[in-house]
Design a protein around this ligand. Structure first.
Ligand code: ADP
Length: 496
């Protein structure tokens, strides 16, 4: 039996999952690490703690499976994207904490940059992104401008930048490799996603020396070997992808028009748009889905800010339910929401409305409305927001979605999945293994190391658990969507 180790480094925890050659999970281990909030809206992680946590889970996963490092044929890495680590390549010491994707410390600077329409267009055309603190570029600039010795070190070629994949690979290889893959590079706001190289004009603008950036490699293929001292054996690292791209891959979305949605705290909808990038007119982001064997595939990406979080809110702030899973039983106790709509615009609304000033509302309450109606309306709101995003993706790409593959915590909710299919008018397909992020990394590594022959083979390894077929007539679905749209319009008044 051949084994693949998938390292899934998330925003709150590190995981290691061992898969066998049939892509069945054999063992897994997880360890949380500290979230550091130095100021309001600033978020940091300690890179050394992340490395220690990742190494701990590797050892634990091996132990649980009764395997040793030599039994692993390939390693795949997937990671929280955009988070910037800056370290000294000679000593291996980070110069400061990692600046996490959520951190808003460069918001003011990004606001100034966005006033220049020409620059905004250049950023979108070159990197596929919108100017936002989310992406790595302004985080790197912040470190170079604020951490003593950072700029001098970077100019001397000693101080380097990497996203978390880069950092882990540097550590796994005993400091020998400084690389990242194209999907992670495409989230830095410095990478030309068509020419596949760091963009000089953007490097100049952000005053970032090119020599501090990692070499970029394909998402699948042997790119480095682990150091024996560190890992116990020299094992090939053969797959790398950012978390959302990895989940798209693990969901087997290899063809243009195929999409996946992850229902987590927020939702991430990604559609494979094929080998040419599609630039959005609806403020969606264009990103590299993967590059394999010389071919680049692109994706359009959109996110819902408040997805499963609305259920957490019902549980923690409203006290309407004891746990998230209970929301399903509540929703099924009533036939509909009795006209109640919740628009969970807690932090504003994203695509297609882009109203940062909008705030949440509950509309249509009558004397007969009860807890179950409210809970149902909250679940429906998740599905409506995903519907709105899917419409944007379809408009921008000119592609019609045949179905959607789903994962994430709230995808376990059968009511939500059925309702999603009903309003979309096409099937919602949930795999048996909803850990698609680590599965994607295992697919990429297995393909890269020759354990899996090709993508057709991988397509068969993704096993469907349950398909939710639409049951509601289109006329009824349209009425429901109209009700949602009216509620959204009511919520937008604040931002007018
Ligand atoms: P993340 O990776 O963003 O932390 P997860 O994929 O673990 O998120 O999903 C957790 C989210 O999903 C939480 O917001 C939780 O409220 C929601 N959730 C989990 N299970 C259910 C369920 N059965 N029904 C509805 N929401 C759920």
């Amino acid at each position: 039996m051949k084994y693949i180790l998938a390292l899934d480094e998330g925003t709150t925890s590190c995981r290691s999952v061992i898969y066998d050659e049939n892509a069945d999970p054999v063992s897994s281990a997880q360890k949380e690490f500290t979230q550091i909030y130095p100021k309001a809206a600033w978020v940091e992680h300690d890179p050394q703690e992340i490395w220690a946590a990742q190494l701990f889970t590797i050892k634990e996963a091996l132990r649980q499976a009764f395997l040793s490092p030599g039994d692993i044929c390939a390693i795949g890495i997937t990671n929280q994207r955009e988070t910037a680590v800056i370290w000294n390549r000679r000593t291996g010491k980070p110069l400061c904490n990692a600046i996490v994707w959520q951190c808003r410390r460069t918001a003011e600077y990004c606001g100034e940059l966005s006033e220049d329409e020409g620059f905004k267009d250049y950023v979108q055309k070159t990197t596929g992104l919108l100017i936002d603190p989310y992406f790595s570029a302004t985080k790197i600039k912040w470190v170079l401008d604020n951490v003593p010795g950072a700029r001098e070190g970077a100019e001397a070629g000693e101080v380097v930048f990497g996203t978390i994949d880069s950092w882990l690979i540097y550590k796994l290889t005993g400091g020998k490799s400084h690389i990242t893959d194209h999907t992670n590079a495409s989230r830095t706001m410095l990478f030309d996603i068509t020419k596949l190289k760091w963009d000089e004009k953007l490097l100049d603008k952000f005053e970032i020396p090119e020599k501090m950036l990692p070499e970029t490699v394909e998402s699948s293929g042997i790119c480095a070997y682990t150091d024996r001292e560190v890992f116990g054996e020299a094992v090939p690292i053969a797959g790398i992808a950012g978390d959302q791209q990895s989940s798209l891959f693990g969901q087997g979305c290899f063809e243009a028009g195929q999409a996946k949605n992850t229902y987590g705290t927020g939702c991430f909808l990604l559609m494979n748009t094929g080998t040419a990038p599609v630039f959005s007119k609806n403020s969606l982001v264009t990103t590299i889905a993967y590059r394999i064997r010389g071919k680049t595939y692109y994706a359009l990406e959109g996110s819902v800010f408040v997805g499963g979080a609305v259920i957490q809110w019902l549980r923690d702030e409203m006290g309407l339910i004891e746990n998230s899973a209970e929301s399903e039983q509540c929703a099924l106790k009533v036939e509909d929401t009795a006209g109640v709509h919740i628009v969970p615009a807690f932090t504003g609304l994203g695509a297609p409305h882009w109203a940062s000033e909008a705030r949440g509302i509950i509309t249509g309450i009558t004397r007969g409305a009860n807890k179950n109606h409210i809970v149902r309306a909250a679940l429906e709101a998740i599905a409506y927001q995903v519907y709105d995003l899917a419409e944007c993706l379809q408009k921008d790409s000119g592609l019609r979605l045949p179905a959607i593959n789903v994962d994430g915590g709230a995808a376990e909710n059968n009511f939500l999945m059925q309702f999603q299919a009903d309003i979309m008018g096409f099937p919602v397909n949930r795999p048996i293994n909803t850990e698609t992020t680590s599965l994607g990394a295992a697919f990429l590594a297995g393909l890269g190391a020759g354990i899996f022959p090709d993508m057709d083979f991988l397509g068969k390894l993704r096993r469907t658990g349950r398909v939710f077929e639409p049951k509601t007539e289109r006329k009824k679905a349209r009425e429901l969507l109209e009700g949602w749209e009216k509620a959204v319009q009511r919520c937008l008044w604040r931002s007018e």
